[in-house]
Design a protein around this ligand. Sequence first.
Ligand code: PLP
Length: 433
Amino acid sequence: MTDPTFKPETIALHGGWRADPVTGSVAVPIYQTTSYQFRDTEHAENLFALKEFGNIYTRIMNPTNDVLEKRVAALEGGVAALALASGQAASALSVQNLARAGDNIVSSTDIYGGTWNLFANTFRDQGIEVRFVDPADPENFRRATDERTRAYYAETLPNPKLIAFPIAEVAAIGRPLGIPLIVDNTAAPILTRPFDHGAAVVVYSSTKYLGGHGTSIGGLVVDGGNFDWAAHKERQPTLNTPDPSYHGAVWTEAVKPLGPIAYIIKARVTLLRDLGAALSPFNAFLTLQGIETLPLRIARHSENANAVAAFLAKRPEVTRVIHPSQQKGLAKQRADKYLKGGYSGLVGFELAAGREAGRRFIDGLKLHYHVANIGDARSLAIHPATTTHSQLAASEQAAAGVTEGYVRLSVGIEHIDDIIADLEQALAAAGTR
Ligand code: PLP
């Protein structure tokens, strides 16, 4: 059940579903099936010709995944979504749906390291050039644009810098040029709805806050339905020229009777069909369980992270706290413009005593888990200089906002006293020298 007037707390529990019409099941069933029986040959023919919507094969669609897609689309204020096997698959397909060999996109420099690798190396090998620009000045996106630029790409609240991205400013540069802004909103669900600020596509790693339980890798691409692809035929050829892989369909025309969903339908029936990064319905089910409590969790993550940032700011072992509550000037203005109701659960800080203190701090933690993940209900910590960023040269680490003593926390929803007590004893172990 998706009533557009529902608030996020209600959509999180009800979006895309109202009791199974056959069994009455209130919980969304796990449709653990590969394929679906066609009623007759005419039915099968219509499904393949996209004349009728319906299930064909779970690599491309599944009723459990369908509820997840509808729920996340509703939460975001978008028109439709595509669930995928991971956040990485979501980032990759969101771009590949528009850019082909010889094309380029312009991306913020401040993105997740895995996305950076995908863009800087794998896409380059596939002939898609990614031009990285500093998002501090939105005009950098315009400067890097040429006639083969197919999309802009950014993260709402990228770590480790935790500086909110100027969504409206960059979306407004792209729109008259026919260039959509794709926003990875993994770190800030509920707190920001990028479509409200002009983004055209939203990407998620549902592995993080959407799931929240740390059980399931997954991702989603959400179509805002708010971008006029047909008005920019030259700029967006993948959606405006005949697709030989689908009997010459021109997606903006073929999908028109179904609504403004050409982008997401094409991604499903060509890229997901061909590349096969399908989400298991079991993982979709688990992710739905997580989303039921997402609004409550994200509020508590934010509250606890504010308290952790304030605590760290007073500690002699800590030279700098990286968190929107501690920012000033433009960064703070952007955080307050784009994040409503909290700053999410990520906090960075620098230890005065550098690299070895970082190790001592992490090894001293008793409650926090030491993992390469964010967004769990549990509190998590990592020392990027010895893990996620260890392959980078010192200058590259610095450009990414990572110093030798940098520690990243993903503050969980435990009682704040227990979180702070654990940090306190690990800071004592880290020392000031
Ligand atoms: N986007 C962001 C912001 C992330 O933090 C991550 C993973 O850490 C991803 C995308 C990739 O998601 P996944 O690990 O689900 O493939």
